[in-house]
Ligand binder design. Structure first.
Ligand code: GLN
Length: 198
């Protein structure tokens, strides 16, 4: 069986994610990483990545293309789903006051509260070394770009890493939410951890 990773390709860091996924698949038993721009493709994928970008735009376009409902169905079937940055926002069940006001569409899959731009808008981007016990070994170099964060999580959510009092990496069964961009660093341990779930 050829492993197929689908990257939601409506807006944002799509190419970086496809290249990172291909690199990791090559290090394993092979497989393909494909871009998803419309409905009908998600059901053929063994794992799904929702990239960073503008969560409002990605959310509306996913609804319009019929991708949101397919992702929700895949999540129920235990297909591994990785959301990075804007992808974390979209995976969450609850947002902050601003999100409640704008009513941006969320997939509402993870039992967490999140906050957009948790680290401020001015600090456009920064790198932090995270302690991530499940990855073993060295600290993980995480690149944050206008990053969101998880402000609270239900007990069924496993906290994988925290920073400045916020949860920045979390897992709920087959769902992984990262506030940062693992596709932008050379350290592919998060990708391997994700693909181990297939
Ligand atoms: N701040 C962005 C949003 O709310 C997310 C930033 C990112 O994905 N790099 O959509």
């Amino acid at each position: 069986m050829v492993i197929r990773i689908g990257v939601i390709a409506l807006q944002g860091n799509v190419e970086e994610h496809i290249q990172a996924a291909e690199r990791v698949l090559d290090e394993r038993d092979g497989g393909e990483a494909i871009s998803i721009k419309h409905g009908g493709i998600v059901p053929s994928c063994d794992a799904i990545i929702i990239p960073g970008g503008e969560s409002t735009t990605i959310g509306w376009l996913m609804e319009r293309e019929g991708i949101s409902s397919e992702i929700k169905a895949a999540a129920k079937k235990n297909v591994p789903i990785l959301g990075t940055c804007a992808g974390l926002i979209l995976l969450a069940k609850h947002g902050d006051g601003e999100i409640n006001k704008t009513k941006q569409p969320l997939l509402e899959l993870m039992d967490v509260h999140m906050k957009r731009n948790a680290f401020g808008r001015q600090k456009e981007s920064f790198e932090a070394l995270l302690d991530v016990p499940v990855l073993k070994g060295d600290k993980f170099p995480a690149v944050f770009i206008r990053a969101p964060a998880i402000t609270s999580a239900e007990k069924n959510v496993q906290v994988l890493a925290s920073l400045n009092g916020y949860i920045v990496a979390a897992q709920q069964k087959n769902l992984i939410a990262l506030a940062f961009h693992p596709e932008l660093t050379k350290d592919m341990r998060f990708h391997h951890y994700f693909m181990d779930m297939i």
